[in-house]
Every structure is written in C-alpha cells, then in structure tokens.
Design a protein around this ligand. Structure first.
Ligand SMILES: Nc1ncnc2c1ncn2[C@@H]1O[C@H](COP(=O)(O)OP(=O)(O)O)[C@@H](O)[C@H]1O
Ligand SMILES: O=P(O)(O)OC[C@H]1O[C@](O)(COP(=O)(O)O)[C@@H](O)[C@@H]1O
Ligand SMILES: [Mg+2]
Length: 439
C-alpha cells in the first residue's frame, strides 16, 4: 500500500509561464478546465478503507490530478518535445503520437516535436536512425493504421547515450510511450538527467496489451486487444459446438498477467475454462484440466479452453532464454495442453475434434477501437499538460474515471496481475463454471 510520499510527483521547478490554454477560459466566471494545484485524487475509494486509516483526508494517500494547469514550466515558444514508442506493439500507438503532436501544436503553440525512430535504439547515433519531424500534416490520419509510425524495438540502451542525444537536440521534455520495461528505461533516463542537473522532463504514457502496469487503471490498447481475442474465442466456440466431441483451444497473449484471457472470455461467455499465469492448474488428477474437460464435454457435447501463453509454465520445460529486453521466453504450454487432451481422448477410445486457434499478433496489430481511440487521445492530452507543467518521472493514468499522475518509481515497483481472490477472477469462475481449484 503506497504512502502519500510515494505518490508525490517530481517537478522540474516553479511554473512561471501562463498557459496558452488560458485564452479558452478567459472571461468565464469559472475556470473548471484548469486543475487546481492543491486538489488530489484519493487512493482509497471506499469509506471503510478511509476509516481504517483513521487519518485526516489531507494525509491519506492521494494522486496529483491530471489536466491543464493555469501556469506552466516550459515556455511554449522555445519548447522542444521528443516522442518515442518502445516495446511490443499495442493498438492505439498512432492515436497517441497524433494526439500528442496536435495538442502541442494546436493548444500550446509548440512547433518543435521530434519523433525518435525504433524505440530507445533511435537515440543512439550509432544506429543511424534519423529522427522524424512530427507535424500536424504528418500525423493527421495515422490513427487509422495499427502499429507505430515511429517504429519500436526491444533491447537495452545506455541512458548516458540517450541523454547526450536529448541535450544535443535541445529536447526539453520526452514523452515515452511504452510498457513496464520502457518505464524502467525512462526512470534510468531521469536518473541520468538528474545526475547532470538538467531541466528535461520525462513523462510516460502506459502502453501494453497485457495491462500489467499497476496503479494506472488500464493501459490503452488493452480493450481493443481483448476484443480481438474474443473473436477467436467465438470462432472456437462455433467450431467446437458444430463437431462431435468438439474442443476449441484458444491461446492468447499475456506473459505474466491473464487479463486478456479473462476479459476476452467474459466478452462473449463462450469459454468453459480460462487458464492464466496467476492461477495454477494441474493437467491430470480428478480436479485437473483433462478430467474436468472430459466431464464438461460429456455434459455439453463440446468445450472451449482459453489459455494465456504464460499459464501453467511449471508444466513446460523452462527455456532459460530471454528476449533483448530481458523478458523471459515462455515455454510452450499450448502444445502440452493440446497433447494431454488428445492422448486422454485417444486412451479412452473417444472421438475428439480439437481445433487450436492462436490469434497471436493479430490482436495487437489492429488500429484502436473507438473506445481506446478516445482513451488514447485523452491520455496524450493529459501527458502533454503534465510535460508542459514541468512534471517528470511520472506516467499518466485514469483511475476510476479520474486522470492522475503516477510516479514512475511506483509503477515499476511491481507488476499488475489478476488477483485470484478478486472480483475479476470470480466473474470468470461464474461465467465458465470451471472448478474453483483445478490443482
Ligand atoms: N530494467 C530496465 N532498465 C532499463 N531499460 C529497460 C529495462 N527493461 C526494459 N528496458 C528497455 O525498455 C524498452 C522496452 O522494454 P520491453 O520490455 O521490451 O517492452 P515494454 O516497455 O512494452 O514492457 C527496451 O528498449 C528495453 O531495453
Ligand atoms: O513482440 P514479441 O517480442 O514477440 O513479444 C510478445 C509479447 O509481447 C506482449 O504483447 C507484451 O508486450 P509488452 O511487454 O511490450 O507490453 C506479450 O503479450 C507477448 O508475450
Ligand atoms: Mg512489458
């Protein structure tokens, strides 16, 4: 449980410039568009949690709200903003690049916006990736396409080299669009900036289809991704129920967190079993997957299993390998589950029609759905407000419908994952009627 001190956002210094957004509210009796610098968004959201603390509201943990400030740190006339996308693809990356650029140009009058190519690698002159001048004309309709126009990458880069490049190009604020790994990287960039005493801010916009970043509500692109995954589950259901002893096995992404599997399964209620990294299961034994599946197929004639790629890793041979960013390469649980099911039906002399679907990269290479598009645009605007107000070492998030600033050290402290004791997993159990304990 974070303390109030853990939730304090770092700032480059006092805000000496009036915000150009002030012209919008000039002459109005109220200026509710602007965020009050002394307002806070409470961490706890129930009376019982607050009561348990027994403290005045002012000392209870709370976040700085996101949104435009009446006074800003950077002078828009001279400000130069950098933008980079890192890590795996995610629907909405182009929406965010577009909205950051347009917010800077249109509302702050900032006309120097530079996009770094191919993730953190783009800062290293040795790679020879020329930065891109992001303009309203360039970004106008990029939101219609999946992927990122800037390119992305995995793999470590030296923060010293990155800060050297920021200094060489005169960047005042860097917007990092990335996942947990990118935010670790962003924090190391901040440490190097701080070591040199430079007035350069770093603001993150959390991206990942896995939704494994804590404290930020939900990462953009997650909703689009699970929506795409749910289409594969619906197809598996149709295939399974149209066959004699039909079984659909759908593998979805989700390295350490089973959110995609849970939400995709809940989206159409076609799943009979959801297997996620957070909840261990046995393959064999009375409560294990194979016997439970046998019972379900006997009762209903068919069944659908949704399998997160990171589930049941204890049943696989550890690969001992990792990708360029240090993320572990997973064992192939789908093949193990599939072979166990096929062997069991074969040994029992039962017919089986098993269809294996892996929507794979197809769930993250698509453009954002309308709901994620809105979310991307708004997160981007809030990130620009934060950057212009001199905030640093923070990411933007939306907790319970409130935009907030979350310090990066807090979001990289741990991973967000499905709580097996929580209400999401309970919904999955209710929807699938799978055994509570499959060990
Ligand atoms: N602990 C870390 N410290 C510094 N940089 C990191 C760290 N983890 C990842 N990165 C860098 O952040 C970038 C993106 O990380 P990655 O894990 O691939 O994707 P994501 O940000 O989507 O989780 C990569 O360039 C990677 O080298
Ligand atoms: O792009 P790669 O390296 O094949 O990685 C695939 C992994 O990326 C993810 O989409 C998550 O990526 P991020 O960590 O970049 O958010 C996982 O769901 C999946 O395991
Ligand atoms: Mg990640």
């Amino acid at each position: 449980m974070p303390s109030l001190a853990d939730l304090q956002v770092s700032s480059l210094g006092p805000c000496a410039y009036p915000s150009p957004l002030g012209s919008y509210v000039a002459g109005r009796e109220t200026n509710e568009y602007f965020v009050s610098e002394d307002d806070r968004v409470l961490y706890d959201d129930t009376i019982s949690l607050l009561r348990r603390r027994g403290e005045p509201l002012e000392t209870c943990p709370s976040f700085e709200p996101g949104g435009p400030r009446p006074q800003i740190f950077h002078d828009p006339a001279t400000t130069h903003v950098g933008v980079v996308t890192c890590g795996g693809l995610c629907p909405g990356l182009n929406d965010v690049i577009r909205a950051v650029t347009l917010e800077l140009y249109t509302h702050y009058g900032v006309t120097q916006v530079t996009g770094f190519r191919n993730g953190y690698a783009g800062f290293d002159p040795a790679h020879g990736f020329e930065p891109v001048d992001l303009t309203p004309a360039l970004v106008g309709s990029i939101n219609e396409r999946g992927g990122t126009i800037l390119g992305t990458s995995r793999g470590a880069q030296d923060p010293v080299v990155i800060v050297d490049r920021l200094v060489a190009l005169g960047i005042d604020a860097l917007i990092v669009i990335g996942g947990d790994g990118s935010m670790h990287g962003a924090h190391r960039i901040v440490e190097e900036i701080t070591r040199r005493g430079l007035p350069i801010g770093v603001v993150g916009i959390p991206k990942t289809i896995d939704n494994d970043i804590p404290h930020i509500g939900q990462s953009f692109g997650f909703a689009t991704a699970f929506g795409e995954a749910s289409k594969a589950i619906a197809a598996a259901h149709v295939e399974a129920e149209s066959a004699y002893n039909g079984v659909g096995l759908v593998k979805v992404m989700g390295r350490h967190a089973g959110f995609i599997a849970c939400y995709a399964a809940l989206a159409n209620h076609d799943a009979d079993f959801v297997l996620i990294p957070e909840v261990p299961f046995s393959l064999h034994g009375e409560n294990g997957l194979v016997r439970s599946l046998e019972r379900r197929v006997r009762e209903r004639g068919s069944a659908v299993i949704v399998l997160a790629e990171g589930a049941g890793q204890e049943h696989t041979l550890a690969t001992g390998r990792s990708d360029a960013s240090g993320n572990s390469r997973l064992g192939d649980i789908a093949t193990i589950v599939r072979e166990a099911i096929e062997k069991d039906f074969h040994d029992r002399g039962e017919e089986l029609t098993l269809k294996f679907l892996d929507p794979g990269y197809g769930i993250r290479a698509v453009p954002a759905d309308p709901s994620d598009s809105v979310y991307c645009a708004r997160l981007a605007q809030v990130a620009v407000h934060a950057a212009m107000a001199g905030r640093t070492d923070m990411v933007v998030g939306r907790r319970r419908h409130r935009f907030v600033h979350v310090p990066i050290p807090l979001v990289i402290e741990r991973r967000h994952s499905v709580n097996p004791e929580g209400d999401l997993w309970l919904s999955v159990l209710e929807s699938t009627s799978q055994p509570l304990d499959m060990r």
